[in-house]
Design a protein around this ligand. Sequence first.
Ligand code: GTP
Ligand code: MG
Length: 222
Amino acid sequence: MNERVSTGISRLDICLGGGLETGIITEIYGEAGSGKTNFCLFVAINSAKTGTVIYIDSEGVSSDRIAQITVDQSILSNIKFFRVRSYDEQLETVTKIANLSQAIPDIRMIIFDTITAHYRAERDKRAELRKRYGNTLTYQVEMLNNLAMNLNIPVIIVNQVYTEKDSSNVLPVGGSGLAHMAKAILKIEKTGSGRRDIVVMKHRSLPEQKRCSFSITEKGIE
Ligand code: GTP
Ligand code: MG
């Protein structure tokens, strides 16, 4: 059986076939406010109990929310936050992490929340970078995929959505590159006030459309 890392909620772990798979990218997408960041912060704080978590943050994570979720504040030093303010900085940061990864002890998980925020906002910049370096989003995803494999850890990549004009379907941004590279794709859907479903969209050992429920609460998720 492929190794798993716990989400911190045993009910979710069981539903997800044991937790988050090591050695692969898990993509998480969903509408604004669906709970992607809450899920990632909760998982990061749980994993930081056993080692280092790298959290690449493009949106400005809420320190209030981190304080609400964290029971033992001393473990927060195990989460290395990398704040990226532009698409350029994002590319540099992923490259830096890939180069530094052997020197950082005990990396248990890498989270990128959200890989497509600057990508989407900086279309022109991206076109210029593509001329110089090729497809830079695919390049970043490849680097993160290598880290997942080489360090045998879960890498979580958060993605934004757009609504397809004809069908009104909510789809992930960023083209098929990420969708191919991510071996697990989970969508988060709002099902009620504070209630959320993780819907399995792609997985190597779970059926499509399997649903795992959780709630967003004052203390995190449960
Ligand atoms: P974007 O980054 O904007 O795409 O959203 P996201 O998917 O990352 O959503 P996020 O994790 O930021 O979740 C926001 C949701 O969490 C909002 O609907 C909030 O109401 C909810 N939330 C935040 N704190 C609490 C809380 O203390 N209690 C409850 N019940 N909900 C909360
Ligand atoms: Mg978010």
